[in-house]
Design a protein around this ligand. Structure first.
Ligand code: NAD
Length: 331
């Protein structure tokens, strides 16, 4: 049919296996999760699905508009808590603002107060302030940084301290294709979303010894953030439920990955990564190369043939200190 044609054309959809047998189901019994911005959209779905698998959930949402204005509305978080309780799950609402350190501390404290621990943090709260670059005023730039980037720092820091003590933690950052690949009119959002990848890259190292796994999801789903960007027929297919299984996997004990980025949407999943090309050594390291050396060796410098992933800065340094033999003199 038409939709399948569309999906196969772009994404080579593979069939999804059937539901797992009841006993094989991954559960979150005795785990406690904080999900920021869980009063609607993707966060709400994560909260409902975690709760349906035994997780105790803090539903954080300050209830603002899509651009972050307004706020102070308890109802979105309360409604999700109500939904969870109706299906027999455990949840509390929290209305604090992720954009301040006090807000972040209060959000994690509400997990401790209600459930006595914190195992999972899903940094999901988000706003949009799209403008083409020359119209991007500081208030739009800063507001987006404050919620996405500073918000993840404010909430993750108090949680990380507890996770380190208990020797378990699952932290999920939310990036976006806009940050990974670029999107017109979103310099602020793209910068904040890609900054979360850098945040993860280092936090994965600091958490490794304590079984704290830090991963990043790049979702694509129908929500108020995307309702005017996607054609209506595609929008109808972009249910958050197609993203949440990936996020729940990254939040589970089963997840052994750390420091990875996964795209998820409409049943399409893959990993994205920063790749480093094969490298070329210009000269023996005694004389600095010239601008002409760069120009003459551009093809080799620019090559991504056999590109690889580097786990940390030290690996990158080691790579630089043991480069391939110097390139042959340019003709
Ligand atoms: P959404 O607007 O439905 O959800 C975001 C929620 O965050 C809202 O309920 C909002 O009230 C809350 N929020 C905003 N500022 C907050 C703050 N300061 N403190 C606490 N809560 C706050 O949108 P969504 O599409 O579900 O987005 C969820 C996340 O996924 C965002 O980080 C977004 O950037 C990201 N994302 C979404 C898509 C997509 O296709 N929907 C694509 C890429 C990335």
């Amino acid at each position: 049919d038409k939709d399948r044609g569309f999906r196969n054309y772009f994404w080579k959809a593979t069939p999804v296996p059937g539901a797992a047998a009841e006993m094989d189901k991954i559960n979150f019994n005795d785990r406690v999760a904080v999900i920021t911005g869980a009063g609607g959209g993707l966060g709400r779905t994560y909260a409902l699905e975690l709760a349906s698998r035994g997780c105790k959930v803090v539903v954080n949402d300050l209830g603002g508009a899509r651009d972050g204005s307004g706020g102070g509305s308890a109802s979105p978080a309360d409604n999700v808590v109500e939904e969870i309780k109706k299906m027999g799950g455990e949840a509390v609402a929290n209305y604090d603002n992720v954009a301040t350190p006090e807000g972040g501390a209060a959000i994690i404290q509400s997990a401790i107060d209600a459930f006595g621990r914190i195992d999972i943090v899903i940094n999901n709260a988000g706003i949009l302030r799209d403008k083409s670059f020359l119209k991007m005023e500081p208030e739009n730039w800063n507001a987006v940084m404050a919620v996405h980037l500073h918000g993840a720092y404010n909430v993750t820091k108090p949680a990380f301290s507890i996770m380190k003590q208990q020797g378990f933690g699952r932290i999920i950052m939310t990036t976006s294709a806009a940050g990974l690949y670029g999107n017109f009119g979103q310099t602020n959002y793209s910068a904040a979303k890609m900054a979360l990848v850098g945040f993860m890259n280092t936090l994965k190292l600091e958490g490794a010894k304590y079984n704290i796994k830090v991963n990043t999801v790049a979702p694509l789903a129908a929500s108020r953030l995307t309702e005017d960007i996607m054609p209506p027929e595609i929008f109808a297919k972009m249910k958050p439920e197609f993203v949440s299984p990936m996020v729940l996997y990254l939040a589970s004990e089963d997840c052994k990955e750390s420091g990875q980025i996964f795209n998820a949407g409409m049943g399409y999943f893959n990993r994205a990564a920063v790749m480093t090309g094969p490298s070329v050594q210009l000269g023996e390291g005694d004389t600095p190369p010239t601008l002409e050396d760069i120009a003459d060796n551009w093809e080799a410098i620019n090559s991504m043939e056999g590109a690889k992933e580097l786990n940390d800065l030290n690996t990158a340094m080691f790579d630089m200190l043991s480069p391939p033999a110097p390139a042959a003199e340019a003709a």
